[in-house]
Design a protein around this ligand. Structure first.
Ligand code: FES
Length: 127
């Protein structure tokens, strides 16, 4: 796993998996246009998107949703959801956060900000 982190942190995976990353970016953009329904996020998984010009990272903790400001506390890159480890990983310099936004290791020293939200017809809206 350390090998994968090294490659992810250095941008190496981007060279080898451009289609996967491109598709993830398209999904991110589609969600920001269409809105995010609770059913878009499987239990135990997370997604990134944009709501009202705010970059968000949303984790489905058994239908309790944790909505985070997706701005890394190191130098403000956007994190990406790590499906296998269930963490938010920053591709810029390797900071990692738990699904609830708590920092695991740096260089970031602070946790991701939690955002208040409400549900309107199962769509996640920032409060
Ligand atoms: S901006 Fe996230 S680790 Fe540097």
């Amino acid at each position: 796993m350390a090998f994968l982190q090294k490659w992810t942190g250095s941008g190496g995976l981007r060279r080898f998996l451009p289609n996967i990353l491109e598709n993830r970016q398209k999904a991110h953009e589609m969600r920001s246009v269409l809105g995010i329904k609770t059913s878009d996020i499987a239990p135990g998984q997370g997604i990134t998107s944009k709501i009202d010009e705010e970059y968000v990272a949303i984790y489905n903790d058994n239908d309790n949703f944790i909505v985070l400001r997706n701005v890394c506390k190191h130098l403000a890159c956007q994190t990406e959801w790590n499906v296998s480890d269930k963490t938010w990983d920053c591709p810029c310099h390797g900071s990692r956060y738990k699904a609830n936004g708590e920092v695991i290791h740096g260089p970031a020293r602070k946790s991701l900000d939690k955002l208040d939200y409400s549900l309107e017809n199962e769509e996640i809206k920032l409060a």
